[in-house]
Ligand binder design. Structure first.
Ligand SMILES: O=C[C@H](O)COP(=O)(O)O
Length: 265
């Protein structure tokens, strides 16, 4: 039986391919200005900028001793060597990253990343003490066919196939229905809960009840300050992977504050 666990919400802002390093500095400073330290007792907030921004973000976070963390949108499954254009987990760890997204649907779609590659990247992240945010999610055809639970369960199992229970315990899972990404068409909170609950049951099968009780499961897809309250209120939704709304400091700070249980900044 999966016992209730008080999981600290995580709000992760995936900037995707937006923001130069100069814009990144301004955005992080703006988020910090709007989100005072008191919120960080109740919510973890992280930004996931493009690789070229990470050094600048590190400088601000370290220099100003911000409680906000940061991560990367991808990493190589390899640690070093002749892999032109790739970025190693070792480099990201040295830059102070906390998280690395793996298997985002945009990587699966545009870069043909398979579950095997996603699993290898998750293991690479863990080798360097980065927390992988492992993304799964169904397309519209699967949702309309009513096969979304089976699809997501299989994608999750495939993506975590090479990981031990101890490694799974150190991951974050993000459920992002592809039809809700960047479309303004958010899944209902019931839809999000249904899949996130299935994810937790699958984690229990793979790694045991205690890991299932403690692992954080995020929802992603058109999350905004308007809908985060309903989403985070669901029993198995522990936060959000936010795209578009994470590029607006005021909205990102507001939705982070809502995830913390308020008050509004
Ligand atoms: O990683 C973030 C997701 O792809 C969601 O993006 P979105 O909030 O712009 O729909």
């Amino acid at each position: 039986m999966i016992m209730p666990n008080s999981r600290k919400p995580l709000i992760a802002g995936n900037w995707k391919m937006n923001m130069t390093h100069l814009e990144a500095i301004a955005l992080v400073q703006n988020i910090d200005f709007r989100l005072p330290n008191k919120y960080f007792d109740k919510v973890d907030v992280t930004v996931i900028p493009p690789f070229t921004d990470i050094r600048s973000v590190q400088t601000i976070v370290d220099g100003d001793k911000l409680l906000l963390t940061y991560g990367a949108q991808d990493l190589s499954e390899h640690d070093s060597g002749a892999y032109t254009g790739e970025i190693s987990g070792a480099f990201l760890a040295k830059l102070g990253c906390t998280y690395a997204i793996v298997g985002h649907s945009e990587r699966r779609t545009y870069h043909n990343e398979t579950n095997e590659v996603v699993g290898a990247k998750a293991r690479a992240a863990l080798r360097h003490e980065l927390t992988p945010i492992v993304c799964i999610g169904e397309g519209l055809d699967i949702r309309e066919a009513g096969k979304h639970i089976a699809y997501n369960t299989e994608q999750l199992k495939g993506s975590l196939a090479g990981l031990t229970a101890e490694q799974i315990a150190k991951t974050v899972i993000a459920y992002e229905p592809v039809w809700a990404i960047g479309t303004g068409r958010v899944a209902s909170s019931d839809d999000a809960q249904e899949v996130c609950a299935a994810v937790r049951s699958t984690i229990a099968e793979l790694a045991g009840d205690s890991v299932a009780a403690s692992i954080r499961i995020l929802y992603g897809g058109s999350v905004s300050a308007q809908n985060i309250g309903d989403l985070i209120a669901q029993a198995d939704v522990d936060g959000a992977l936010v795209g578009g709304a994470s590029l607006k400091a005021e909205e990102f700070a507001t939705l982070s504050a809502i995830a913390a249980g308020g008050p509004l900044p």
